[in-house]
Design a protein around this ligand. Structure first.
Ligand SMILES: [Ca+2]
Length: 259
């Protein structure tokens, strides 16, 4: 036997597991063989088998055997084995490989790419259920400052996902009393005591917007003041005075852009 492979390394429950075995006959006579495919769980227990029809490998030739197993496997790690038998059920070769079965996964996290201090942002976690039945559990989101020093677990949200479909949970968070900078949203979905994830996405917390940055160059300076002098209705002077001198105005993407 020269090669043994599964068609994938990760499967969904009820998905067929197909294998390819390459068998070379270096002997002088043709070999009549049979193969058995065996699926074992993490405890080493056999959870599925599939036997091949007898097949012949001519002398000096090679044969590629394709053998599939169809059935239900729950979430977890498995071993897929092939055993080759010659005459009188003598085992003449074997090989094994590891696979895993995934019942669901976090398929996405949406974050506000730039969230100004004091403004509420929406964070959406999407989870796909690969099983046929409805599942339910809890979605959790943690916000962390990438530089460290700040970590907040948002209140968990219940999530129920119909078989073969996808659902999302939306969390709201307002950065208040935290430094501006790079942050991470860390999502975990727990179904029946099993945790999926974490999935992480980064975003930026920016200083509050400047109402007085009329030329959108990130500061409130004399140029902005001259614009206000020409058109005093642009902004209340008291508000402008508080902002004057700021050089950290976030350059936000234009709001309300259609997409
Ligand atoms: Ca400016």
């Amino acid at each position: 036997m020269t090669e043994f492979n599964t068609d994938k390394s990760q499967y969904r429950p009820k998905e067929s597991i197909c294998t390819t075995t390459s068998i070379a006959n270096v002997g002088d006579v043709a070999m009549i063989l049979e193969a058995e495919l065996i699926i074992k769980n993490q405890l080493g227990e056999t959870v599925g088998t599939q036997n091949s029809e007898p097949f012949q490998v001519p002398s000096g030739d090679a044969f590629v055997l394709e053998l599939c197993w169809a059935g239900y496997l729950g979430d977890g790690a498995y071993t897929v084995q092939i055993a080759l038998f010659g005459g009188r059920a003598t085992m003449v070769g074997g090989a094994s490989t590891a696979i895993s079965v995934l019942a669901g996964e976090i398929t996405g996290i949406e974050v506000p790419p730039m969230l100004p201090l004091g403004e509420e942002g929406a964070f959406k976690i999407s989870f796909a259920n690969y099983t046929a039945g409805q599942i339910s559990g809890e979605a959790r989101l943690t916000i962390q400052n990438s530089a460290g020093g700040f970590s907040q677990d948002l209140p968990p949200q219940p999530i129920t996902i119909a078989g073969g479909s996808q659902e999302s949970a939306t969390f709201m968070w307002t950065p208040e009393g935290v430094p501006a900078g790079d942050y991470s949203a860390i999502a975990i979905v727990e179904i029946d005591g099993q945790a999926y994830g974490p999935a992480t996405k980064s975003f930026a917390v920016t200083p509050p917007p400047c109402k007085g940055d009329f030329d959108d160059d990130g500061d409130v300076d004399g140029v902005d003041l001259s614009q206000l002098a020409k058109n005093p209705r642009l902004l209340d002077l008291a508000v402008f005075a508080v902002e004057f001198g700021r050089t950290n105005c976030p350059l936000l993407p234009p709001k309300g852009t259609a997409h």
